[in-house]
Ligand binder design. Structure first.
Ligand SMILES: *Cc1c(COP(=O)(O)O)cnc(C)c1O
Length: 369
């Protein structure tokens, strides 16, 4: 009898390996997105998304888009920064810089402050424009910068936003549901997230969670963003009773609803963070034993992602292929980091038995690749 082939485990930062329960939901009976049953489902999903954090359960609302995480970030920036506003974007990686590209595409006045990708967010560089530039209306940044695995320390920047009365727009795509978001203390007006990272759903739906009064304002406003599909105010208004102006990814919604139930049963974001941390600690310890150096200090990394420097003489492709042959998909670096690093994310339905295979697979691949 042939041995059962182990499942392939995704160690890339989304999409993640789904649980059988979430995968099964994808094959629910087909639903029309204009029927009451799907509208009820969407209302339930929006309520559960806002309940992921206690702080957002009452004063915030969710709008759900059919599109990847970038569509949510784009809808947030295009709709919440007015054309006569100005957004200060603070970036230390690909996703922060992408926010500036988005602002530019929508003709939003923007100031980009960027650092080396391996550096923390530059607090001094943010304080000055906030003190001196009276035209800045919003601040935007990334919570977990997936480029390097850094969990940006938002306490100080959030405090600046609060003391200057500037709303913070957060790309929380790779942190939502597994890291602490201090909505009030950081003055968070809105955050963008996705179904297929820390929530363990399928790719295809993303969302913006924003203060209800701001959503009501943009829904009523005559100033519309330069996008029909990414008009958050329009989407929010239509979705108040669960209906969406455009076809939703219905099957992905079945999976997201199931993933949210699973998430709640497993104890919420803090429990998920604890699970990720313990997996990441095993990976970091195993690689440290093999003299593999982390790209940034491990203490600065998020719970779910680690970036490591490739040792001399080892290419990413060789390491990737050796791991792939053992049933694990690791992830390359982006931009100028591509030839120098590899990344390992531990989100998704990874079981103890998978971890028990992963650690020797890493050691083995480093030896033979
Ligand atoms: C994954 C990710 C995104 C969105 O990527 P998509 O490919 O559009 O889903 C945005 N920001 C961060 C920080 C991410 O990790």
């Amino acid at each position: 009898m042939a041995a059962c082939k182990p499942r392939t485990i995704l160690l890339n930062p989304g999409p993640v390996t789904m649980s059988e329960r979430v995968r099964a939901a994808l094959t629910n009976e087909d639903e029309c997105h204009r029927e009451a049953e799907f509208a009820d489902r969407m209302l339930d999903i929006k309520r559960r998304l806002c309940a992921v954090y206690d702080e957002t359960a009452n004063d915030y609302q969710a709008a759900v888009l059919t599109g990847s995480g970038t569509s949510a970030v784009e809808a947030m920036l295009a709709s919440l920064v007015p054309d006569d506003g100005e957004v200060l974007i603070v970036a230390n990686g690909v996703y922060g810089e992408r926010m500036a590209t988005i602002a530019d595409a929508h003709g939003k006045p923007a100031t980009l402050i960027r650092t080396e990708w391996t550096d923390p967010l530059p607090l001094e560089a943010v304080a000055k424009p906030l003190d001196q530039n009276k035209t800045i209306t919003h601040v935007a940044t990334v919570h977990h910068e997936t480029t390097t695995g850094r969990l940006n320390d938002l306490a100080a920047i959030g405090h600046l936003c609060r003391s200057h009365g500037k709303p913070l727009l957060l790309d929380a795509v790779s942190s939502f549901a597994a890291e602490d978001i201090q909505w009030a203390a950081w003055n968070v007006l809105a955050a963008a997230g996705t179904a297929n990272k820390c929530l363990h759903g399928a790719p295809g739906l993303s969302f913006v969670i924003a203060r209800r009064n701001a959503l009501d304002d943009i829904a009523r406003s005559n100033a519309r963003p330069k996008s029909l599909y990414l008009d958050l105010g329009r989407l929010y208004a239509a979705q108040k009773d669960g209906f969406s102006p455009f076809t939703q990814a219905t099957h992905v919604a079945f999976a997201l609803q199931e993933a949210l139930k699973e998430f709640e049963e497993e104890g919420g974001w803090a429990a998920r963070r604890a699970v990720y941390r313990s997996r990441s600690e095993s990976v970091r310890a195993t690689l440290s034993d093999r003299q593999i150096r982390p790209l940034i200090p491990c203490d600065d990394m998020s719970s779910m992602l680690s970036a490591f420097r490739l040792p001399d003489g080892l290419t990413y492709e060789a390491l990737h292929d050796a791991m792939r042959a053992q049933g694990f998909v690791i992830y390359a670096g982006q931009g100028h980091l591509a030839p120098a690093i590899f990344r390992i994310a531990v989100m998704g339905d990874i079981r103890d038995s998978d971890m028990a295979r992963l650690l020797p697979a890493l050691t083995d691949s480093l030896r033979t690749a």
